[in-house]
Design a protein around this ligand. Structure first.
Ligand SMILES: CC(C)(COP(=O)(O)OP(=O)(O)OC[C@H]1O[C@@H](n2cnc3c(N)ncnc32)[C@H](O)[C@@H]1OP(=O)(O)O)[C@@H](O)C(=O)NCCC(=O)NCCS
Length: 204
């Protein structure tokens, strides 16, 4: 059961990533990243890495394009994960499928990762992000992460630098307050989303 408690009125849910989710996750992975992880990396993460924690994001309900259709499986809209060693959470990936971006779902996913990491004992959250990925950097800044380093030519596809972003003290009352304020805004934003329309079988 993920640590983040989402109010019933918010039409999205967070679940642990399971091996049965891998086909959908890989479809999003290939669309979202220029260097997608191979399926065996996820196999290792989900089935064998005790330090790895992966979550998926789904709508609570879907609206079929043809009302007479039987109930649909809830599609995965995004996912994310981190490694925890020992009180440092290193966010290894986060993605929202392109049609669903810009609606607060990346923020919901990141919030779920942060809450999960804190519940498991993290005091620091860190990650690498492409120097050109301003969208992701803005998202991380909302959660207090700041640039703490640079890894030159980290990404092999285009020799782009990675920025290291970090936030410390996520167990402090001040950080808890920050999270609660973000949550209140996010719930209000997501409540207006309504059911997710489904165009193809099981996916958007
Ligand atoms: C990064 C990603 C997960 C963000 O998800 P998203 O659902 O689009 O983001 P949200 O709608 O929740 O926005 C959260 C914050 O991100 C930033 N952001 C989102 N879209 C943005 C845009 N077009 N321009 C600038 N900042 C943006 C903002 O800070 C935003 O907060 P705000 O809505 O209060 O302004 C998504 O773009 C994605 O999957 N990208 C491809 C994979 C990737 O780059 N992953 C990160 C690897 S390090």
């Amino acid at each position: 059961m993920p640590a983040l408690k989402i109010p019933e009125s918010v039409p999205f849910q967070i679940d642990p990533m399971r091996w049965e989710d891998i086909t959908e996750v890989m479809e999003i992975e290939r669309r979202a990243f220029s260097m997608p992880w191979p399926i065996r990396a996820y196999e290792q993460e989900i089935l064998r890495n005790p330090n790895a924690h992966y979550l998926v994001l789904r709508p609570r309900e879907v609206r079929a394009a043809v009302p007479a259709l039987p109930p649909q499986r809830l599609p995965i809209l995004g996912y994310g994960g981190f490694w925890l060693v020992p009180d440092e959470a290193h966010v290894s990936t986060i993605a929202i499928d392109a049609p669903w971006r810009g609606r607060g779902l990346g923020e919901l996913m990141f919030l779920a990762l942060v809450e999960e990491a804190i519940a498991l004992g993290a005091n620091l959250i860190t990650l690498e992000v492409r120097a050109s990925n301003f969208v992701a950097q803005n998202l991380y800044r909302k959660f207090g992460l700041e640039i703490t380093g640079r890894r030159p030519r980290y990404y092999r596809d285009n020799n782009e630098d990675a920025l290291l972003m970090t936030v410390e003290g996520v167990r402090s009352p001040a950080y808890r307050e920050r999270l609660e304020a973000l949550k209140a805004q996010l719930w209000a934003r997501l409540r207006s989303a309504g059911p997710i329309p489904i165009h193809r079988s099981g996916a958007n």
